[in-house]
Design a protein around this ligand. Structure first.
Ligand SMILES: N[C@@H](CCC(=O)N[C@@H](CS)C(=O)NCC(=O)O)C(=O)O
Length: 213
């Protein structure tokens, strides 16, 4: 089994899950964006995106699905809810919500506002940023009465959603987070599992020559 990733990318959902599970997942760190800076990676993942998990002749390329699969395999009833639990539908919904609804508009906003400024589409970037802000309503409302998203405990749904909120610092959209979401994110990122994952990614990136130490 091998994880292909870039430091701080959506692959952090996977390395954080692995850290919470106490698994030392072998990792290949790639320069960002791999499509341009590590073209040999396209032979493994033709999409050129990270993360990708390769195992038993299979390749998974969706961060939330990989994190969910690892949790379901190694900690059913713990980090992963099981289908017999009442919150299971909500659990699946939050895992999908994390990338499809909360990460996607941020990456489009960043692209238009920063990386492709010369195309004169900054207004579109700002509109996507505002759209992200509106899309926070569901989790903000949900967390008003809970410490964790579902199952009454910390699960991989919290990891998937917390990564999307953490990313907002990089996409320059963190001003959209409500005080409740900011506080919840601080609690999530104070976990040993999160700190271990960030540290492991940094150490692997240095060891593999992907960034200066
Ligand atoms: N839905 C996918 C998205 C993967 C994705 O777009 N990853 C970004 C990094 S966070 C990437 O590889 N961008 C570079 C590119 O698209 O070439 C997931 O959740 O893993």
């Amino acid at each position: 089994m091998r994880l292909y990733t870039c430091e701080g990318s959506r692959g952090l959902r996977v390395s954080w899950t692995a850290a919470e599970l106490g698994i030392a997942l072998p990792m290949t760190m790639l320069p960002f964006p791999p499509r341009a800076k590590a073209r040999e990676y396209l032979a493994i993942n033709p999409l050129g995106t990270v993360p990708a998990l390769e195992f038993d002749g299979q390749l998974m390329t969706e961060s939330c699905a990989i994190a969910h699969w690892l949790a379901a395999r190694h900690d059913p009833g713990g980090l992963a809810l099981t289908p017999d639990e009442p919150d299971y539908p909500m659990f699946l919904d939050f895992i999908a919500h994390a990338d499809a609804t909360l990460t996607f508009p941020q990456t489009v906003a960043l692209r238009f506002s920063v990386f492709e400024r010369e195309r004169g589409l900054e207004a579109a970037g700002e509109a996507y940023g505002d759209w992200f802000g509106k899309r926070l309503a569901k989790i903000d409302h949900h967390l008003a009465s809970r410490d964790y998203l579902c199952g009454g405990r910390f699960t991989v749904a919290d990891i998937c959603i917390a990564y999307a909120l953490w990313l907002s610092r990089m996409t320059r959209l963190s001003h959209h987070l409500t005080p409740r979401l900011t506080e919840w994110l601080e609690t999530m990122t104070a976990r040993e599992g999160f700190k271990t994952a960030v540290g492991r990614e940094a150490a692997e990136a240095v060891a593999q020559g992907v960034r200066a130490g």
